[in-house]
Design a binder for this molecule. Structure first.
Ligand code: ADP
Length: 485
């Protein structure tokens, strides 16, 4: 084996190795990344991370308890002193270096992301990993320009940020959280989701390889209890959370009455609206991308489709035809469109909603697919004859399940689209600019796409209203939660 990678007490120890030696390499066991080193968890507990497409074990992941979280927060606090005083252009250089190294190791990150999470390799390769690098590049550029971003306001870092991320875009969410925090001079304790820790741990190796000072980013793995220990730790100055609305509410209650700042990016139930004057074939592609991208494990997924009555029959016919041609199966096959559901628990949640949809009287369509025997799978699914009161039209499913309703007028679809506790995103398909302007100003959603869907860019802010949370990530807005004046 090239390089000097060695294992001590079964843990993965950092030492630089040529890139070629570690392509797609997953260690059998990972410790916690604290103060620049991988260390064993205090209680010595580990849990498996599995490949959801095969159910095979990929690695054992350390489970951090409150004592481990305390160690990580103390390391981040110690590092904050020198990191926040480092010249802004030096901080920027580290971020540029991280961005470049993600690009250099893009293939390895993409393979591991797909093995660990079940998403099609085409998506990891073309979307998740390049966008993660793009976020570091973008915020690297801001690091030494903050006084221009906030003129006459003397922005200062907040301190130690506790960041908790979900399993649907593991590396990308880590980048969304870490890049703006570091650019503004904060230090970080990040907790990945328990089913998808591996790319965050690979990122930890990259931090060591690029010489990021120890303690600037610490990564503690574990499930909800680890997240709760981070949220409740007294040494945390800011919580940034992306996940379910239920956990978002728990976090808000936990930090009420403290001085901790927070940003929460929570669930969604986006309306994707298609008018009779839209280019139908293009809209059908947008609907498919809106709901079946990443198996529908997307908080801004276009899960409620509103079709103008006059084109309903045509759109549903074309949609059924189109989803018959989606390839469901091995996420490592570059021709796969719909990969594995991230976990058994999530598959059961999706199946519960599919059952409810049928029981409540909606009409289901699923193309026949040859699904593998092992792993967690759900074919692309759509429901017609859906009404506003149906559970599948109200609650977030987080799976490849589309609920289709109809409308006649603009006013009616605006009322229906806004009739939800969520407010993260929406889509509008029409040939008329006036309709786009009318809807974008009246839809209560943080992001509204027009004649496209699920397009992301580090420059544009992303975030929600109502039960979809508050605060923005991306763009200059994304730095604001990491500075104080
Ligand atoms: P999902 O239901 O889609 O799995 P969650 O909101 O449960 O989404 O998970 C998102 C992230 O929040 C994960 O990293 C998870 O471990 C973490 N988490 C779960 N419960 C808690 C909690 N009580 N406090 C803090 N973090 C939590």
């Amino acid at each position: 084996m090239a390089g000097k990678e060695k294992k001590e007490s079964g843990l993965w120890e950092y030492s630089p190795a040529p890139e070629s030696a570690s392509i797609g390499k997953i260690a059998p066991k990972y410790g916690l990344f604290i103060d620049g080193k991988f260390i064993a968890p205090a209680k010595g507990r580990y849990f498996p991370s599995i490949n959801p497409a095969t159910e095979a074990k990929l690695s054992m992941i350390a489970e951090a308890d409150a004592a481990d979280v305390d160690k990580a927060v103390k390391a981040a606090r110690k590092a904050f002193g020198s990191w926040s005083r480092l010249s802004a252009s030096e901080r920027g250089k580290y971020l540029y270096r991280i961005a470049r190294m993600i690009q250099e190791r893009a293939r390895e990150f993409a393979v591991i992301e797909t093995l660990d999470g079940g998403k099609p390799i085409r998506e990891s390769r073309d979307i998740d990993i390049p966008l993660a690098a793009a976020h570091f590049f973008y915020y690297a550029g801001w690091a030494d320009k903050l006084e221009y971003a906030f003129p006459n306001r003397k922005p200062k870092p907040i301190g130690v940020a506790g960041q908790i991320i979900p399993w649907n875009f593991p590396l990308l969410m880590a980048a969304w959280k870490i890049a703006p925090a570091l650019a503004a001079g904060n230090t970080v304790v990040l907790k990945p989701a328990e089913t998808t820790s591996l790319t965050a741990l690979k990122l930890a190796e990259l931090f060591s390889d690029c010489g990021l000072p120890p303690g600037v980013v610490n990564i503690v793995t574990g499930a909800g209890a680890t997240g709760a220990a981070l949220v409740n730790h007294k040494g945390i100055d800011k919580i940034a959370f992306t996940g379910s609305t239920d956990v978002g509410k728990i976090i808000q209650k936990a930090i009420a009455g403290t001085t901790k700042k927070s940003t929460l990016e929570l669930g969604g139930k986006a309306a994707n609206i298609i008018f009779e004057d839209a280019t139908i074939d293009q809209a059908v592609e947008g609907i498919v991308n809106g709901i079946y991208f990443n198996q529908g494990h997307v908080c801004c997924a276009g899960s409620r489709l509103f079709v103008q009555e006059s084109i309903h029959e045509e759109v549903v016919r074309k949609l059924k035809h189109r989803i018959k041609s989606l390839r469901v199966g091995d996420p490592m096959d570059k021709n796969t469109d719909v990969g594995a559901i991230n976990s058994k628990a999530q598959l059961e949640t999706i199946q519960k909603y599919v059952r409810l949809g049928k029981e409540e009287g909606a009409e289901i369509f699923q193309p026949s697919c040859n699904l593998p025997d092992k792993g967690f799978w759900c074919p692309p699914t759509l429901f017609t004859n859906v009404s506003q009161s149906h559970t599948i039209a109200r609650e977030e499913i987080f799976g490849p399940v589309l609920a289709i309703q109809t409308f006649r007028t603009e006013a009616e679809v605006i009322a229906k689209a806004n009739n939800t506790p969520f407010g993260l995103s929406a889509g509008v398909w029409t040939d008329k600019g006036s309709k786009i302007f009318n809807l974008t100003s009246k839809l209560r959603a943080g992001v509204v796409w027009a004649n496209t869907y699920n397009k992301f860019d580090p420059v544009s802010p992303f975030g929600g209203y109502k039960e979809s949370g508050f605060g923005r990530e991306g763009g200059l807005h994304g730095i604001l939660p990491y500075v104080q004046f």
